[in-house]
Ligand binder design. Sequence first.
Ligand code: HEM
Length: 514
Amino acid sequence: MLGVNLLQEKLSSPLFLLLCALAVLLPLLAALAARPAFRGKSPPLTAGNLPFIGSFGFFSARWDFMRSAAAGSSSGNFAFHLGKHPVVGLSGEAGRRTFFESSQLNLGAGYAVLFDSGPELEQDSADEKISKGFDAWFSRNIKSILRKERLMSALPTIMADTRSRLLQLGPTGVTDPFDSIYKLVFLLTIRLVACREIAESPAQLDKSLSLLQAIEASSTPASVIAPWAPVPAKITRFLSGAKLYMMFKELVDARHATGTREEDAMQELIDGGASTTNIMKFVLGAVFAAQLNSGINIATQLCHLGANKEWHAKSLEEVRAVAAQHAPDASAPLLEQLQHIPPDLWEHGFPLLDQSLRETIRMQLLGSSFRRNTSGKDVVIRHADGTPEVIPPGAFVAYNIADVHYNPRIFNSPTTWDPSRYDDDRAEDKKAPHSFVGWGSGAHPCLGVRMAKIEHNIMVAHFLAMFDWELCAIDGSLMDTMPLPDLNSWTATKPKTPTRLRYTMKEEVLRMKA
Ligand code: HEM
């Protein structure tokens, strides 16, 4: 009896309970802390690579972290962890050539885990076969849906949408382009890569935009470091994804039930036998790729033109000249003349608009691009002097766009918006391999470039034809330059300092309306 009491006393002693807790916790912590080591010819590990977390600077101030890690490595390349994930950071020309040219580095598998603000595509795998399955299906379909004749036949609708939304701005006022123009881009994007029902229902359009924005905002350090943890952002993403799924399911079911057919992307996917889940994944993937970039860039472009009188005048002149060549009545309002521009020219007919969009993208494409070495072998980093350095199998790869787009040895005064840098006699974007990567480069050119250029040219030409405008601050005071974006941002982003466009509708447009 005495023995049993003694045993009970020992079992409930604080020391014994502490030892039991440690026996359970220590192996758990060891399992969580275990992560693949970088060995052999991998680039050197950065300082501050903490247990469990890895390099938190990648999340808190991305460009500062990448820049200082590159400066601390003799090759410019470096290794670090994000949670359990081993990552190689690349920089400089050898880094760029490896990143953009290597067919052993997989784009989808990199973004699926490290970008983590897009839709979940079930790709957390270093296995090439698994991670390439959805990518290949997605690429095939996006190429088909964005084929030239389809985009050309959508032009009248896109132009009518643009005209009617811009007319709604009214004769004079102040607008936040990161709201009004961003939403117009969203409407055009939904028209081109999703379905008519959402594009034509203001309530559904608003709802889908807010669900997509909730998914976009749900990317947090925790979702990359500990993807298994049920943090609030993860729950928000799950619920927003579920609501979007239901929205698409109802639309697909209604088409099946009523036999209704539409001339849109969703119909092509249904006809191709895609499941509702894959239709939703496709639309989300396409909308993310399109909206994040086009929405921000077109709004920013109008801000630059509102501040830069020289390029505003040049752009208007170009639009007038192109329209005058094709309009039957040269005295008609410019807005009217735009309707006669041949479809093909909306893609390639505006070299100056193209040049200024290129410059806006150079400054706005922020954060890192990602890849993953899914080849199962070392990927050799292409140093010109033969320095032996490799990206090990399974490792992720990050390249920060500012490394080239804000490099003063390639782009003169890189923080100045200066579209003339692409004039033939300067051609700064051709100084070194992959100097301009704003439309992707090498193995992964942007698959939406045609759609993006058409959307951009139509919107900017209509804005030029309909309004005079200037860039101003939120208090209405004029701004003579667009503030520099936050270079530590993870993606193209709205400016930190709010900007507005103060506009007046042109007399000739007001007369057309009357
Ligand atoms: C101004 C607008 C746009 C910009 C600046 C832009 C930029 C880019 C860049 C830089 C890449 C390469 C990413 C990398 O190498 O990691 C890329 C790839 C891609 N873009 Fe765009 N993009 C734009 C619009 C669009 C649109 C409208 C779509 C389609 C709806 C689209 C679809 C894609 C796709 C699917 C890829 C991946 C290509 C691949 O897997 O190889 N983009 N884009």
